[in-house]
Design a protein around this ligand. Structure first.
Ligand SMILES: Nc1ncnc2c1ncn2[C@@H]1O[C@H](COP(=O)(O)OP(=O)(O)OP(=O)(O)O)[C@@H](O)[C@H]1O
Ligand SMILES: O=C(O)C1=C[C@@H](O)[C@@H](O)[C@H](O)C1
Ligand SMILES: [Mg+2]
Length: 270
């Protein structure tokens, strides 16, 4: 057999193996959909990190004498990562907008949800900073708050194009009623709350929040929170209190509450 013919044959076999891998992966994806449906119907938590750890252990055991153990386990990391993405796709066929007062934890929780759900994260404030080439404080100082609020509204209109994103909103997005309409078009709104004391504790060492600069005290935060409270609650689909909770607990609560919200919505629409 000529050298090129032999090479062609090996390549063909690799091609066949790839097809088998694709078939196996497609089967695996279908099973994951079955699991999601089962968990949704029974209310079992959708993401179970302990189950991923158990699976990895079983794989390590199975591969322990395989000379490609490390490489194969590496491939499985991507398989599991993509399983999480499939789960998120099946669960959240929309954008998740995190709203709440400064320091409520929107950025922190968006990052954690990004990791847990493999959805992509967008920071509204960052989007504005990048577009303007100026910090939020500089925009406020140079052009004033109304100008910033216009940028914020335009940003939300632009975000309607995004699919299945975790969007960490600016703390003041609820100040304009139109903004909620933009968010609700293809999204759910999750309100994160915290007491003024918790907020002060979380933001007191930062000077990146122009509205709080020179007002770092519970009274000011409490007053502003009271002025905004009803607006936050009016637009929220789901509310999660964050005081004394870990980011993990908060994310699990958000996921469970969104699923319950969607279930109720579906039942009402029937
Ligand atoms: N559940 C939590 N427990 C303890 N600390 C937290 C929690 N959530 C957030 N933090 C801390 O509080 C601070 C503010 O959080 P973060 O920046 O996420 O708030 P934010 O809502 O995005 O604020 P902003 O509206 O100003 O962007 C950070 O230092 C963060 O580490
Ligand atoms: O609550 C607010 O009004 C703000 C919150 C931040 O996220 C920034 O969007 C800006 O500092 C204004
Ligand atoms: Mg933030």
């Amino acid at each position: 057999m000529s050298d090129t013919k032999q090479l062609e044959e090996i390549r063909e076999k690799i091609g066949d193996t790839d097809m088998r891998i694709i078939d196996a992966l497609a089967d695996r994806m279908v099973l994951i959909q079955d699991i999601i449906a089962y968990k949704k119907a029974t209310g079992i938590p959708i993401l179970q990190p302990e189950q991923e750890a158990k699976q990895t252990k079983a794989l390590e055991e199975y591969l322990k004498d395989n000379e490609f153990e490390e490489e194969i386990l590496d491939v499985f990391k991507y398989i599991m990562k993509n399983s999480r993405r499939v789960q998120a796709k099946a669960l959240f066929d929309y954008n998740v907008f995190l709203i709440g007062f400064m320091g409520a934890g929107k950025t922190t929780i968006a990052s954690e949800l990004e990791r847990k759900l493999e959805m992509h994260r967008i920071e509204m404030d960052e989007m504005i900073v990048k577009k303007q080439g100026m910090s939020i404080s500089e925009i406020f100082d140079e052009y004033g708050e109304i100008y910033f609020r216009n940028l914020e509204s335009n940003c939300l209109i632009e975000l309607q194009k995004v699919k299945q994103g975790i969007i960490s909103c600016g703390g003041g997005v609820i100040l304009r009623a139109d903004n909620a309409d933009h968010m609700k078009k293809n999204g759910r709104i999750v309100l994160l709350t915290a007491t003024p004391e918790t907020i002060l504790e979380r933001v007191k060492d930062s000077d990146e929040r122009p509205i709080l600069n020179n007002h770092m005290n519970v009274e000011f935060i409490s007053d502003l929170l009271n002025q905004r409270k009803d607006k936050y609650l009016a637009v929220a689909d789901v509310v999660v209190a964050t005081d004394g909770k870990s980011t993990d607990q908060i994310c699990d609560e958000i996921i469970a509450k969104l699923i319950a919200f969607d279930r109720d919505k579906e039942a009402k629409e029937k």
